[in-house]
Design a protein around this ligand. Structure first.
Ligand code: IPE
Ligand code: IPE
Ligand code: MG
Length: 254
């Protein structure tokens, strides 16, 4: 064993030749906590809003990066149910960025074969946000290269509450409630659980993200702030994942 943890070995120092080599095994589903926009801005003496805007500019590049490696699904955490506790000007700014970014990016993502979906409570958001999201989902619904779940106004606990409400409303009897039935009532119904959760900006917590689905996800934290997260960082995270040993409670095969 080496003294370095595998997730701290960075791809940046690897020879260029290795960059073309396929990574194996790959996660099917990567979920990302896009954190550090505020710190990115502060480090540049810019207002927090500049950090949030910068944090939208790498989204397409990152989606492309994962698609180029062959990842089937990515989930991007953009606004949590807890983010409502920020000052109202910041909340407004963040929510207004959603239709703006969809307007700018959806056609390009559609050309690249991305299917967009939403995770969270959409119906309480402003009508123009709802419309932008529904239009983007409709336009891209038949794409198969990569599925991109946009998690905003998303909370893992709210998701579980919504699933319980749906189960009760359907009159599902207690003995029929299984893990599969619960999964099928989450916003992510039908999607594979995330194999890899990436968090930028260094925090070591889930912040209410995919708390049911992440039960056996591999966790990867990088100090890089979200606006600086690039294709090299995508590769580094996938390489770290490929070196993990997943046991799911069992034992390593001999
Ligand atoms: C992530 O950046 C974006 C959202 C949570 C909406 P932050 O705004 O949390 O940035 P920091 O954590 O203050 O640096
Ligand atoms: C998590 O980041 C939510 C998103 C990235 C959307 P936060 O910045 O809100 O998380 P905490 O407050 O540090 O836990
Ligand atoms: Mg943060």
């Amino acid at each position: 064993m080496t003294a370095t943890r595998p997730d701290q070995e960075q791809a940046a120092s690897e020879p260029a030749l290795a960059d073309a080599a396929p990574i194996h095994p790959l996660p099917r589903h990567v979920a990302i906590i896009m954190d550090g926009n505020g710190r990115w801005a502060r480090a540049r003496n810019l207002p927090r809003q500049a950090g949030h805007r910068a944090g939208t500019e790498n989204i397409r590049r990152i989606i492309e990066g994962f698609a180029e490696h062959g990842v089937e699904m990515i989930t991007l955490y953009a606004f949590s149910t807890e983010n409502w506790s920020r000052p109202p000007e910041e909340v407004d700014f963040l929510l207004n960025l959603i239709p703006e970014v969809l307007e700018r990016e959806t056609a390009k993502l559609h050309e690249k074969g991305a299917r967009l979906r939403h995770l969270g409570r959409l119906d309480v958001l402003a009508p123009d946000i709802q419309r932008a999201v529904r239009d983007a989902i409709e336009l891209t619904k038949n794409n198969t290269r990569i599925t991109v779940n946009l998690a905003f106004n998303y909370g893992g606990r709210a998701e579980i509450v919504d699933a319980i409400r749906a189960l009760l409303a359907e009159g599902v009897p207690a003995e029929a409630v299984t893990e599969e039935v619960v999964s099928a009532h989450l916003y992510t119904a039908g999607a594979p659980d995330p194999d890899l959760i990436i968090r930028t900006a260094g925090e070591m917590r889930l912040s209410n993200f995919l708390i049911w689905q992440a039960a056996y996800a591999e966790y990867y934290s990088t100090p890089v702030y979200w606006p600086d997260f690039g294709k090299d960082d995508v590769r580094a995270a996938l390489l770290a994942y490929s070196r993990r040993k997943r046991r799911f409670g069992g034992l390593d095969p001999h």
